[in-house]
Design a binder for this molecule. Structure first.
Ligand SMILES: Nc1ncnc2c1ncn2[C@@H]1O[C@H](COP(=O)(O)OP(=O)(O)O)[C@@H](O)[C@H]1O
Ligand SMILES: [Mg+2]
Length: 358
């Protein structure tokens, strides 16, 4: 049996009064008509004070411009992304960040004002900021550590091995003593093993922190990685540059390299691809790195961050690294067709999160 269920005005009033989100209505000129109890907490003004105020009193400078833009778009029937973020100045002069939804109030077919629902997300934003500052510090520490280990491998661990190889060479090629053929064979084998160990060690150092990246820059480093993929895994990998190459800030270069490195490692380990493409695009106001493969593809998770909780840190790490340089990571994958990962880094403000220091 179906019961008709209609809310009375009283019910609506109750919802309005008791909502934990701030709700208010103002006319086309921005004069407050009505505000609920939760608006007091958000703004620091009492409901009595609020009615009779104008929104301009909460908004200064750029905040006012942003609000004007929302208003204009709504009046012209354009879509705006909801909820959006807005800053207000409270009665005590402090700024708060709100998550807002705004819509038109239409009475008898005529637009009369705006209604807003707002939630204070200042603490949440601060926590996020702290967290990403922490991630940035940890990432930097990790990179420094990798650099140090790579240098030690290269400068301290490799030379004795090289010396060992040279001495073995001297013994086997030297004519001063006649060596039995079996001893010669053994020494030859030892030499090959030592060479292999040296190559492993160098590869290890290169993977930790390729000198080519610090010495020559991102593009040569990407080309080097592509060659490794061709040589060691038979995946035909191409590097393409779009636009005019320019130098990037060290941190951007390093993090883009790490993202490409992880993307290629995924291709190698998961994609079963025969081909891969790395594209570096230098746009007017952004740099875009794209890594694509023609492999088996996979089902995308709801949120990349969710993967981290099941111990898969690659994609989540790429996303965090992209964020550190104010970039945006997009992931596309189609079963049987392949996977594409793109990172877009804006030119401005992309050098570091320095401004983020709490
Ligand atoms: N290029 C790719 N092709 C196919 N599957 C992929 C690709 N990249 C990632 N995946 C899938 O996404 C999962 C998560 O990747 P990632 O976060 O790097 O973790 P991990 O590599 O440690 O498994 C992988 O386990 C794999 O199933
Ligand atoms: Mg991975």
């Amino acid at each position: 049996m179906e019961t008709r269920f209609e809310l009375t005005e009283q019910n609506y009033q109750y919802l309005f009064d008791n909502a934990s989100d701030a709700i208010w209505v103002h006319d086309l000129e921005g004069n407050f008509i009505i505000a609920n109890k939760a608006s007091e907490k958000l703004t620091g003004y009492t409901v009595e004070e609020l009615t009779g105020m104008n929104v301009v009193q909460f908004l200064a400078g750029e905040f006012l411009d942003a609000a004007g833009e929302v208003k204009r778009k709504l009046l012209e029937g354009e879509d705006i992304e909801q909820p959006y973020e807005q800053r207000i100045i409270r009665k005590d002069g402090t700024a708060r960040i709100m998550k807002m939804a705004t819509s038109l109030i239409v009475i008898d077919g005529e637009v009369r004002g705006f209604q807003h629902i707002a939630r204070d997300v200042t603490e949440e934003r601060q926590l996020q900021k702290n967290l990403s500052f922490y991630v940035q510090q940890v990432t930097r520490a990790q990179e420094d550590e990798r650099k140090r280990i790579a240098r030690e491998l290269h400068d301290d661990a490799a030379p004795p091995l090289l010396l060992l190889i040279q001495r073995l060479d001297a013994i086997t090629s030297g004519s001063q003593q006649k060596l039995s053929s079996s001893l010669k064979e053994n020494l030859g084998e030892l030499r090959s093993q030592a060479i292999e160990a040296l190559e492993d060690l160098r590869r290890c150092a290169q993977n930790l922190r390729p000198r080519i990246l610090d010495d020559l820059g991102l593009l040569p480093a990407l080309e080097w990685m592509a060659e490794e993929l061709v040589k060691n895994y038979g995946i035909d990998t191409q590097v393409e540059v779009i636009g005019t190459e320019r130098s990037l800030p060290d941190e951007v270069q390093l993090l883009l390299f790490r993202i490409a490195q992880e993307a290629l490692s995924n291709i190698r380990r998961h994609a079963q691809a025969s081909r891969a493409w790395i594209t570096l695009e230098f746009g007017d106001d952004k740099t875009v790195l794209t890594v694509r493969d023609n492999g088996k593809g996979f089902e995308l998770p709801q949120r990349i961050g969710d993967l981290a909780s099941i111990g898969k840190l690659g994609l989540a790490g790429m996303q965090e690294r992209a964020r550190l340089i104010m970039g945006r990571l997009t992931l596309q994958s189609e079963l049987g067709k392949g996977t594409t990962i793109a990172v877009e880094v804006p030119l401005k403000d992309s050098s570091s999160l320095e401004t983020n220091q709490a």
